[in-house]
Design a binder for this molecule. Structure first.
Ligand SMILES: Cc1cc2nc3c(=O)[nH]c(=O)nc-3n(C[C@H](O)[C@H](O)[C@H](O)COP(=O)(O)OP(=O)(O)OC[C@H]3O[C@@H](n4cnc5c(N)ncnc54)[C@H](O)[C@@H]3O)c2cc1C
Length: 307
């Protein structure tokens, strides 16, 4: 892998390069070996140039936000991680009820900005620990709301290296799915259309939902949130519980006792522990209930050949 030109581009854009960066420090699972390098992306134009350079030299890349929905390999990631986070987290009002946020802005910051401006619509997202880019990619949602309900459009770098504006229709958002999961576009920023609301009501709703999270979810342990997607007509956690798998462990990974839909890292779990646990839960649930639990967490292999 010839990263010379990519690193040269990063340096000329003023992006920091971290060599052999441990990925466990960049994921909420606290799991993952080192990547070849991580580049802290600092602007939309830098992102475009970096992706161009990587494509030209066939350097394998992975775009990472807050790492709250990924499971890296114990060996790490053979390639360059483009980290879109704090250095691309600008947020501002475009109109009375329209909010612009860069892809690296955290959903928490976005929600607090909405609250400060008495804008309603994003309460559901309060407590989701991802970035705007990761949330668009996943069509993140909770408590009856999802990104699809509030996003107007976003700009992406498409696979041809062009900056393109995608409307909500073009994003093809559905349950934990977006068209960019297939077309490889990278989100640079997004524009949300909210509504004027009552500040106290918005705050109380956010606090109520955060309270529910704390009550129901094992947020005291590292995890990537709900491990599985909800099969139509069922709840993953209930199916897992009904199969007697509450608290089921493989190495340091465990089906949470508090919420069976979460696989948690209780004791220095390896990526292999989590993957084996996931497979065993899937097999058991399929055999006993006939339901297949599709993994919501993105499992990222060490090498390209395994993709
Ligand atoms: C305790 C906990 C609770 C959670 N609760 C919820 C919940 O209620 N609802 C919910 O939907 N999710 C929830 N999640 C999962 C997670 O927070 C969301 O999926 C979130 O949207 C992921 O954002 P991220 O920035 O962390 O993405 P990452 O984990 O960094 O990446 C996830 C995927 O998005 C891609 N990606 C990231 N940034 C971009 C970008 N700029 N452009 C293109 N692709 C990109 C990555 O390549 C990767 O494939 C929870 C997770 C945890 C740990």
């Amino acid at each position: 892998m010839n990263t010379e030109n990519l690193f040269k581009t990063a340096r000329s854009c003023g992006c920091e390069i971290l060599m052999n960066e441990p990925l466990c420090g960049h994921t909420t699972f606290k799991i993952g070996g080192n990547c070849t390098a991580m580049i802290e992306v600092n602007s939309r134009e830098s992102l475009r140039l970096l992706l161009d350079a990587a494509r030209a030299d066939r350097v394998r890349t992975f775009v990472l936000g807050k790492g709250s929905n990924v499971l890296f390999d114990d060996e790490g990631f053979e390639g360059v991680v483009l980290h879109i986070s704090g250095e691309m987290s600008e947020i501002r009002l475009l109109g009375e009820t329209t909010v612009y946020a860069q892809a690296g802005c955290s959903l928490m910051k976005l929600c607090r900005f909405a609250l400060e401006n008495s804008l309603t619509g994003l309460e559901f997202a309060y407590g989701i620990p991802g970035t705007v880019g990761g949330a668009v990619f996943m069509n993140a949602g909770a408590y009856g709301g999802e990104i699809k309900d509030v996003i107007k459009y976003c700009s992406v770098v498409n696979v041809r290296g062009e900056i393109e504006k995608l409307t909500v229709e073009q994003l093809g958002l559905s349950y934990r799915h977006s068209s960019i999961q297939e077309n490889g576009a990278i989100v640079c920023d997004a524009v949300f259309e909210l509504r004027k609301g009552d500040r106290a009501e918005i705050e109380s709703k956010m606090n109520e939902l955060m309270g529910k999270r704390k009550d129901k979810q094992p947020i005291e342990f590292p995890s990537a949130g709900s491990t599985f997607k909800r099969p139509t007509g069922f709840f993953a956690g209930k199916l897992i519980d009904d199969c007697g798998l509450r608290g089921f462990k493989v190495g340091g990974a465990q089906v949470s006792e508090k919420h069976c839909g979460f696989v948690i890292n209780v004791d220095n779990a390896t990526s292999a522990d989590v993957k084996l646990l996931i497979r065993q839960v899937q097999k058991n649930v399929q055999e006993k209930t006939g339901q297949f639990l599709e993994c919501e967490v993105r499992i990222i292999p060490f090498k390209e050949e395994e993709d």
